[in-house]
Write a protein that binds this ligand. Structure first.
Ligand code: ZN
Length: 289
C-alpha cells in the first residue's frame, strides 16, 4: 500500500486551463496559492509563460503560503519540427533553467520534441536529444536545477516527443549519467506500457524525479486536450502509485489534467475540490471520499 498523502499532492496549473497570466478565472495568483493551501495541496507546478518575469516573487509567495514549487514546465523542445533554431534554442534553454532556479522549483521538465526534420524514425532524433542534453545538464547543475525527462505517449512521437517509453528515457539517463538528470513518469503517457515495472528497476530511486496523474478516458474526444480526472478512465492508478512508491519515490504527485471541454470550463474552486477528492480515492486509496 503506497503511503502517499496530502503532503505529496501538487497541482499543475495546466489543470486550470492555462489561464493564469495575471489571473486564473478571475483569481489573482495570490488567491490561487491561498485556495490551494486551504485545500491541503502541498505543491504547485507552473508553466513558463505564466511566470514571465515574476519567478522570484511567485516562488516566495508559494513558500510563504506553506507550499513548494514542485516543478516548472518546461524547457523548449530540443529536437523536432517545433524546436527553436540553434541560437534561439540555447537562449530559451538558458532562460528556462534560470527561471527554474529563481522559482526555486524542484524540477524542470523536459519534453524533448518530435522527429527531427530531415530524418525518419525515432533513433536519429533520440541520438540528437542525447547530444543536446549533455550541455543542458551542465548548465542545470551550475544552477542547482534538476531535469526530468518525460516520455510521452507514442501518439505524440512525430510532433511533440520522440521519447515515448520509460526504457528510452532510462537509456538516455544511463548514457549521460548525471545526477542532475532523471525521469518523470506521467500516468497518461505510460499506463499502457507492460514493461514499465521491469524498466523502472534499472533506474536508481533517486533519479525518479516526477509522478504525474490524471486519467485516460475510454472515449476521449481529443488525445491532447481531453484527459480525465483520476478515477474516471482506464488507468490503474493505485497500481502505478504502488509501483513508484515501492521504487522509493516520495516526492510530489502532480495532478495534470488538460481538458478543454470539461474541467477547463468549470469554476476553479470546484476543480480544486474534485482534484483533492479524486487524489484521495485514486492515489491515497481512501474509499469514503
Ligand atoms: Zn506530465
Amino acid at each position: 500500500m503506497p503511503g502517499f498523502d496530502l503532503s505529496h499532492l501538487a497541482l499543475n496549473t495546466a489543470t486550470l486551463g492555462h489561464n493564469m497570466g495575471p489571473n486564473v478565472d478571475g483569481w489573482p495568483v495570490d488567491r490561487l496559492i491561498d485556495e490551494c493551501a486551504l485545500r491541503g495541496f502541498s505543491g504547485l507546478v507552473f508553466w513558463r509563460r505564466e511566470v514571465g518575469s515574476q519567478a522570484r516573487d511567485i516562488g516566495n509567495r508559494v513558500r510563504g503560503a506553506g507550499l513548494a514549487v514542485a516543478g516548472l514546465c518546461r524547457t523548449p523542445y530540443l529536437v523536432g519540427p517545433e524546436a527553436p533554431c540553434s541560437s534561439a534554442l540555447d537562449r530559451e534553454i538558458r532562460e528556462s533553467v534560470e527561471m527554474a532556479a529563481e522559482l526555486g522549483a524542484d524540477v524542470l521538465t523536459i519534453v524533448v520534441g518530435g522527429v527531427e526534420p530531415g530524418t525518419k524514425g525515432i533513433r536519429p532524433s533520440l541520438d540528437l536529444v542525447t547530444d543536446r542534453l549533455q550541455p543542458l545538464c551542465e548548465l542545470a547543475a551550475d544552477h542547482g536545477v534538476r531535469l526530468a525527462l518525460e516520455p510521452l505517449h507514442p501518439i505524440y512521437a512525430a510532433d511533440r516527443c520522440c521519447l515515448v517509453t520509460a526504457k528510452d528515457a532510462i537509456d538516455i539517463c544511463e548514457a549521460i549519467d548525471s545526477s542532475t538528470l532523471g525521469i518523470a513518469i506521467d500516468a497518461y503517457h505510460v499506463w499502457w506500457d507492460t514493461q514499465l515495472a521491469h524498466q523502472l528497476r534499472r533506474l536508481p530511486p533517486e533519479r525518479l524525479f516526477g509522478f504525474h496523474v490524471c486519467d485516460w478516458l475510454r472515449n476521449q474526444a481529443d488525445p491532447l486536450l481531453d484527459r480525465g480526472m483520476m478515477g474516471d478512465g482506464v488507468i490503474d492508478l493505485p497500481q502505478l502509485a504502488e509501483l513508484v512508491w515501492d521504487h522509493g519515490y516520495r516526492a510530489f504527485v502532480e495532478v495534470e489534467i488538460f481538458s478543454s471541454n470539461s474541467w477547463w470550463k468549470r469554476p476553479v474552486g470546484e476543480v480544486l475540490d474534485r482534484v483533492v477528492d479524486a487524489y484521495r480515492r485514486s492515489v491515497m486509496g481512501e474509499e469514503n471520499v
